[in-house]
Design a protein around this ligand. Structure first.
Ligand SMILES: Nc1ncnc2c1ncn2[C@@H]1O[C@H](COP(=O)(O)OP(=O)(O)OP(=O)(O)O)[C@@H](O)[C@H]1O
Length: 318
């Protein structure tokens, strides 16, 4: 394990039971993250990004069919902990979540400050007074005026509510924060402000992020690493600079070509077809039916090829 390694995920699986069969939302995910690093998880809607976040935080629905793999956090396999140990020592304490649409999930009848302080009181057993003091510091950090601690969620703008949700995820000073589309449903200026807040937090608190987003352009500002997810699997992981210059997987290339650009006259590209159903996955490469570079080998399960630290699950690079 690298000295600086915070997280290592090995063969993480989360399948859901449905009447039609198992939905393989997370199907053998591997990746690593260091302290003070941000990985951006990219991929089309429905490829399993939110399920990956839930699997990491063990926030599981009732219809789980399979949940397995190893998740090493600071060198300890947290998958081996029982639910009580996980709840007490891992969730909130070591990793926290800013869920999708977090700004709409604040409790309308509790003052925002009390909600932000709550994880400290519940999970760290800290007195209300001290927890409120920490909440005040977090409000400062995310740029919410202190007097807003006394307000209710409906009295705050969308951007301020989202900042409050980020403050809540930070209040226990976890090493890792998982942010599930933290800027969707916000206007572009507010989106940029939120990304600046995340950058500042990363610098000041040395926090690591798993950032799930569709906003490839803005997230590139924050990302140290990129992981591309397709049909329940990670198909490419590498350093962000390298990824944005030269994505390797044919899916990643198409994804990048779909981002509109200001300069040049190249039209944004789109990817023909649909991802496969997570109920009925094809054998071999899961992208093969949409891949312009498909060849005979693609009917077999592609290996993960390591090209000088750039990992790509594709036969083209074998
Ligand atoms: N509890 C569940 N039971 C059955 N299927 C589920 C359950 N939760 C999620 N799914 C399915 O798992 C697949 C992956 O969903 P997930 O929300 O992880 O995708 P996503 O990549 O986060 O999508 P988006 O970008 O739209 O949020 C989808 O097909 C979804 O319908």
């Amino acid at each position: 394990m690298a000295d600086n390694q915070l997280l290592r995920i090995e063969n993480l699986v989360l399948h859901f039971r449905t009447e039609r069969g198992a939905v393989k939302a997370v199907d053998g995910v591997n990746f690593e993250l260091n302290h003070n690093e941000a990985v951006v998880v990219l991929g089309e809607s429905g490829c399993g990004k939110t399920s990956l976040a839930k699997a990491l935080l063990r926030l599981l629905p009732r219809n789980v069919q399979a949940y397995s793999g190893k998740v090493f956090l600071n060198g300890n396999d947290v998958m081996a902990l029982n639910d009580e140990e996980f709840r007490r020592n891992v969730r909130w304490q070591q990793m926290s979540l800013v869920p999708q649409a977090a700004m709409n999930s604040l409790n309308p009848v509790l003052r925002v400050g009390e909600q932000v302080a709550e994880p400290l009181m519940v999970h760290a057993g800290i007195s209300k007074e001290k927890a409120m003091e920490q909440a005040r510091k977090m409000f400062d950090l995310v740029g919410v005026p202190e007097e807003f601690l006394e307000r209710y969620a409906f009295e705050l703008s969308g951007g301020m509510r989202q900042r409050s949700a980020i403050a809540m995820s930070l209040v226990t000073t976890p090493d890792l924060i998982i942010l599930d589309e933290p800027t969707s449903a916000l206007d572009v200026l507010t989106q940029a402000n939120i990304f600046n807040v995340l950058k500042r937090i990363k610098k000041e608190m040395e926090t690591s992020y798993i950032l799930i987003t569709h906003d490839i352009a803005t997230s590139s500002e924050l990302a140290n690493k990129v992981a591309v997810m397709y049909a329940g699997q990670i198909v490419e992981v590498c350093d962000a600079m390298r990824f944005f210059h030269e994505p390797l997987h044919p899916y990643s290339r198409k994804l990048m070509a779909s981002v509109p650009r200001l300069r040049g006259d190249k039209e944004p590209d789109f990817i023909v077809g649909q991802p496969p159903s997570l109920l009925f996955l094809p054998t071999g490469c899961r992208f093969k039916d949409r891949c312009p570079l498909r060849f005979g080998k693609c009917d077999e399960e592609p290996p993960v090829v390591n090209k000088e630290g750039h990992l790509v699950k594709c036969w083209l690079y074998v």
